[in-house]
Design a protein around this ligand. Structure first.
Ligand code: S3P
Length: 431
């Protein structure tokens, strides 16, 4: 595993950047393309390791996929076109891959086994296994159905009404993929708003789903039709560059064609509360997903209080918000974020320990963290570990912009999970 050293030049970051394709939307475009009838063309597909894992699993399920770099073409033959894989399906580091495919495959008439890397094998899978069993699914996991590998003997399911114990787009999407293949009405109620890309994607592929607040109803079985998908840039990747601009006086960045779906941009609300100068320009819509260019100028920030109901709308941005808060005047408190403990790493622990390691004033709490901001004060820098977590790796790389000495990020190759060109894009702004 590689280490990489990041340097802060102290110079303003000025320029325009394209962000890589949205990770959540890329996974869904590939999965829905695979089960729709006819051709689906995906432009702007994220070529990160996670989404490539989804493509490989779909290929192993017999789906014909042409890969021309930025454009992926999928020849879907409906749900019935999927075939029994002759090997274990490997989701790599991707929770979205393993959880969504668990739902999809629970209703397919064949046997499959899903697993992933060491991180995936520690993450909770009971959150999908339990409701799928309630639908009548024959699905099991290691450790009393808690962990991957997951074994599925798929067959016809029955619809359920299910209250999700946590706001999780992966759980919701797994159950919707099962529900699309099940006769009757599947009803889901979420405790809060998780990202709604699956619902939008079902509609874009000609399917029907009714959403009333946190309640979703879908009647099956449904047949979907292939479409041309344009994947917007990933707001969660943009968050690292937004933060870079806010850590470096006189910076001005324009991030082109970024997805600005309300269920994803809780960070914008926090940034505005902190006093950031940030605007969405050139607003438009791609396949039912809102898109805009993000215009961001450096501004001095003040601390924020961050908790429910905002947490699911910024869950993946908490490590980078924590870094930003070290530069904001006052004490930032992040609470209600226990879900961070079951991400690629325990992100409460890794964020706090690795930022402390390079000199930040930050403490762990039961469900979040407390950050004392010291505007203008540089970290010492040094070596810190991503522990194989892409978002921790990128956060530490951006922390070099606020450090006296360079920051060496251990296991930095994990960054390729969601943003393979991250280091090059950052370097291009520092010239
Ligand atoms: C994702 C959902 C989120 C998020 C993850 C991607 C998705 O997890 O943290 O990075 O693509 O559905 P939850 O399932 O906990 O919402």
């Amino acid at each position: 595993m590689a280490d990489k050293t990041f340097y802060g030049s102290g110079k303003p970051l000025v320029g325009e950047l394209e962000m890589p394709g949205d990770k959540s939307i890329s996974h869904r475009a590939a999965i829905f393309g695979a089960v729709a009838h006819g051709e689906t063309v995906i432009d702007g597909f994220l070529r990160g390791n996670d989404c490539m894992s989804t493509l490989e699993c779909l290929r192993a399920l017999g789906v014909q996929i042409e890969d021309e770099g930025d454009r992926i073409t999928i020849l879907g033959q409906g749900f019935d076109g999927l075939k029994e894989p002759d090997h274990v399906l490997d989701a790599g580091n991707s929770g979205t891959t393993i959880r969504l495919l668990s739902g999809l495959l629970s209703a397919r008439p064949f046997y499959s086994v899903l697993t992933g890397d060491a991180s995936i094998r520690k993450r909770p899978m009971d959150r999908v296994i339990r409701p799928l069993q309630q639908m009548g699914g024959d699905i099991w996991g290691r450790g009393g159905n808690r962990f991957a590998p997951i074994a599925v003997r798929g067959h016809q399911l029955r619809p359920i009404e299910y209250r999700l114990p946590v706001a999780s787009a992966q759980v919701k999407s797994a159950l919707l993929l099962a529900g699309l293949q099940t006769s009757g009405t599947t009803k889901l109620v979420e405790p809060g708003a998780s990202r709604d890309h699956t619902e939008r994607m079902i509609r874009a592929f000609g399917g029907e789903i009714r959403t009333m607040g946190f309640r979703h109803e879908l009647s099956g079985p449904q047949s979907l039709t292939g479409i041309h998908v344009h994947v917007p840039g990933d707001f969660s990747s943009a968050a690292f560059f937004i933060t870079a601009a806010l850590l470096t006086p006189e910076s001005h960045l324009i991030l082109r064609s970024v997805g600005v779906n309300e269920t994803r941009i809780g960070m914008i609300q926090v940034l505005k509360d902190m006093g950031a100068d940030i605007d969405f320009i050139n607003r438009r819509e791609w396949n039912g997903e809102p898109v805009a260019d993000i215009d961001i100028h450096y501004a001095a920030l003040r601390a924020a209080e961050i908790g429910d109901p905002l947490i699911p709308r910024l869950i993946d941005e908490i490590p980078i918000i924590a870094l930003l808060a070290t530069e904001a005047e006052g004490k930032t408190v992040i609470r209600d974020a226990a879900e961070l403990k079951v991400k690629e790493t325990n992100r409460i622990k890794t964020t706090v320990e690795e930022l402390r390691q390079i000199g930040a004033d930050i403490t762990e709490t039961e469900d979040g963290m407390i950050i004392n901001g010291h505007p203008g004060q540089l970290f010492s820098g040094g070596t810190a570990d991503s522990f194989g977590d892409h978002r921790i790796g990128m956060m530490l790389a951006i922390a070099a912009l606020k450090s006296r000495n360079p920051v060496t990020v251990r296991h930095s190759d994990a960054i390729a999970v969601s943003f393979p060109a991250f280091s090059d894009r950052l370097a291009s702004l520092q010239k």
